[in-house]
Design a protein around this ligand. Sequence first.
Ligand code: GKR
Ligand code: MG
Length: 424
Amino acid sequence: MSVREAGRVSRVVVTPVAFRDPPLLNVVGVHQPYVLRTIVQVHTDEGLVGLGETYADQAHVERLEAVAAALPGADVFDLHALRRIVGETLGAATGGAGASFGGMLEVSSAVDTVVSPFEVALLDLQGRATGRPVSDLLGGAVRDRVPFSAYLFYKWAGHPGHEEDAWGEGRTPEQLVEQARRMISEYGFTAVKLKGGVYEPRHEFETVEALAAAFPEHALRIDPNGAWTVETSIKAADRLSGLLEYLEDPTPGIPGMAEVSRHTDLPLATNMCVISFEHLKPAVAADAVQVVLSDHHLWGGLRRSALLGGICETFGMGLSMHSNSHLGVSLAAMTHLAAATPNLTYACDTHYPWKTEEVVKPGALEFSGGSVAVPKGPGLGVELDEDALAALHEQYLTCGQRAREDTAYMASIVPGFTPNTSRW
Ligand code: GKR
Ligand code: MG
């Protein structure tokens, strides 16, 4: 593959899309009928196009559009300039204010989340110009395949008023074992994560025990997204410690996690109390968590996520990877990042099996044995299916959703519902 000029950014297209999603339950409510995502296409004056993917809450899309308008002329290799342009654009537009995603996460500054899809697109362009995969631009792949975990959810059989979906109801331990069995047989996963924080803890402990009995060779995790008190979290750690590889966000906040951590040897993991660089120092000082789940959408892109990996290594913390419902552009980015992060030794999360619609052309990313082969072609190694993108954009325009609102959707079905945070 010959090296060609990447050129400068000539125009940027920001396309919000909506894809169908089952009614997956979590601590703040239930997934709405559609997931909103944004696909970013960065064009250069040399005729190349780089891809990125991110959230699509209305305020986020507006920030992305403001940056898209400011980016033409930027050098594809100047990632520091990208960050500066985003900072200046958001500073002017929002006064540097933070952003909120799905009622579960609040970030103090929107810069990292807005930089992320553009940084991924510029790295895709750098790879396309040089003929190298993005993993090479991140230091080189240390593994050919990236393992992911089966991500189990309690769920309703279907969205109210709609037919039952292909997965059916997931409420009892037996139903969750069945859900796991199907996901493992279709994808070959060797690790299993249960999304908790939905039912009273004893029911969720029994589900973990049923999964452990059914899949004794699989690495298990449960993540109640801070639904439990410190006391309940300590009981959970005592009861489940022999069954889990880590316990994710049992209780909210660094002080609470640190208190739980003092009472157990079971590693505690988080994608809630450490979600930006400013949280690392207090978390390390308090020994609050032993595993951090990185997420390039939240941490400012692939290179900042690699930096997070280095910091975790320095402080003896493990590294895993978080997921929100996503499409193939993000799966490609996650795969390149995980492949090029030596200390990312846990199977990464992915919501991929829950999805029935896609924007990338098939073939580039296939699961086998629970893992995805790292694309070897230039850049991210995925191409957009323009017709699919147009169809999912049309679905965005007509679906009526403009933000992720798990709590409001749940409350529209279960009047009076409030999030289960610290409920038990
Ligand atoms: O998709 O409902 C969901 C999850 O609960 C997601 O929103 C979380 O961000 O996967 C996540 C987690 O690990 O906390
Ligand atoms: Mg989590």
